[in-house]
Design a protein around this ligand. Structure first.
Ligand SMILES: *Cc1c(COP(=O)(O)O)cnc(C)c1O
Length: 408
């Protein structure tokens, strides 16, 4: 194993860390839940509020092209996702975008009527599908769940659309987008990928792999801030689809105030209503960093960081027997390491108390999320070392660490 200092010195992305506000003495390993603040984001937000909003008020919609932000920010996202301009919108949140995409895909692939979702999907994805199924009724939309590893044996004949996570949020397992998308298409199904845990961390080839639709959020590895907007991708060939949420921003001529809905051509028909200009401003500024790096360099460092963390866990007596849920094979690993532990919650709190910011997922999972944009190899080593100390000294038994917060 190489020394952390040596790896940090040779890291071609090391200079990017200085763009972020990170507290000294803390190791931030929760960028898979909420990315840290990039200084360029706060500067741009200050400009948009104090200059554009304060001074130009309503005219800003035209003079600063606020009205086009969902599309212009979408076009900034497109290369990060391996998509083309005009195929991505930044708007709403992941859950709402999934609703729009599922409904559109069902209709595109009628008379098929099933949505196949993975049993271990992020809960919101399945709640949204359940709600859509209730709304449309059983004749038009039936929900079926399957384990992703059983997809090969699943009868897909009546499946209109398959909804899957690119990276599983609990285990950090990365799925083979190319193979599964081909499999879906061979069975006549459309596919919608949830990119929440891969956008900005993994080089994604939505166009190359012929993906139909995708959704994601910008507040995780894209660092656009708490509650930042989501995005959706709809391949150009599907953009004639009907959109179930018909809002005026998706109208062909919203400011004609016509009595009836006429959808815009292209991706903008997937817009609903007015988007937050301030939130969009944060996304624009946060995405700037991706203009100076390639996703393949980001991916390379991300794998090296998680490798380094796993190597350190393996060399230490107190951590070497922990159950690692994340696949060790690179092709199957996202940008996090998930450990299943008997005292998962109190261990996560003991880590946070000692400056290693991680999170916890039911029932017993501690997640260590690594971002190639700012994490260092020495931080991976330090996190493993502190975890080892906590287990060795049983610091997790402190009753303070068993009190649950609302957001874990
Ligand atoms: C974080 C996350 C979401 C969150 O959806 P929102 O609508 O942004 O709250 C959805 N799916 C996955 C897989 C996630 O990890």
């Amino acid at each position: 194993m190489k020394a952390s200092a040596e790896l940090d010195a040779a890291d071609p992305l090391a200079h990017l860390r200085q763009q972020f506000v990170l507290s000294a003495g803390k190791v931030y390993l929760d960028g898979n839940s909420l990315g840290p603040l990039n200084r360029k984001v706060s500067a741009h937000l200050a400009r948009v509020t104090n200059e554009q909003w304060a001074e130009d008020l309503i005219s800003g919609w035209n003079t600063h092209n606020w009205i086009d932000l969902p599309l212009t920010v979408g076009n900034q996202l497109a290369p990060i996702l391996g998509a083309r301009s005009g195929e991505v919108l930044c708007c709403d949140n992941l859950s709402i975008n999934l609703f729009k995409c599922l409904a559109a895909a069902l209709e595109l692939n009628a008379p098929r009527r099933k949505i196949l979702t993975e049993a271990h999907h992020f809960p919101t994805d399945n709640y949204i599908a359940q709600g859509l199924s209730q709304l449309l009724g059983h004749e038009r939309c039936e929900l079926q769940t399957a384990l992703i590893e059983n997809l090969d044996q699943t009868d897909l004949r009546d499946v209109a659309v398959i909804s899957l996570s690119h990276v599983n949020f609990k285990t950090g397992e990365l799925r083979d987008m190319q193979r599964i998308t081909q499999q879906a298409h061979a069975a006549g199904c459309l596919i919608i990928w949830d990119l929440a845990h891969s956008a900005g961390a993994v080089d994604i080839g939505l166009g190359q792999h012929q993906v139909d639709m995708a959704v994601g959020c910008t507040y995780k590895f894209l660092n656009a801030g708490p509650g930042a907007p989501g995005f959706l991708f709809v391949a150009e060939r599907h953009q004639h689809a009907n959109v179930a949420l018909q809002g005026w921003m998706g109208h062909a001529d919203g400011f004609a105030f016509e009595e009836h809905y006429r959808p815009a051509s292209g991706i903008t028909r997937f817009l609903t209503g007015t988007q937050s200009v301030l939130a969009m401003a944060a996304v624009t500024a946060a995405l700037g960093i991706f203009e100076s790096v390639t996703l393949s360099d980001v991916r390379k460092k991300s794998l090296a960081l998680t490798d380094h963390f796993l190597d350190h866990l393996a060399t230490c007596n107190w951590t070497r027997n922990l159950e690692v849920l994340t696949p060790t094979e690179h092709a199957m690993r996202g940008s996090q390491v998930s450990l299943a532990m008997e005292h998962g919650y109190p261990v996560s709190q003991a880590l946070i108390d000692r400056g290693v910011i991680v999170d916890f997922r039911e029932p017993n999972i501690v997640r260590f999320g690594f971002s190639a944009l700012y994490n260092q190899f020495s931080e991976a080593e330090r996190a493993a070392q502190i975890l080892s100390d906590i287990l060795k000294n049983e610091w997790f038994l402190d009753p303070r660490y068993s009190q649950r917060n609302t957001v874990t």
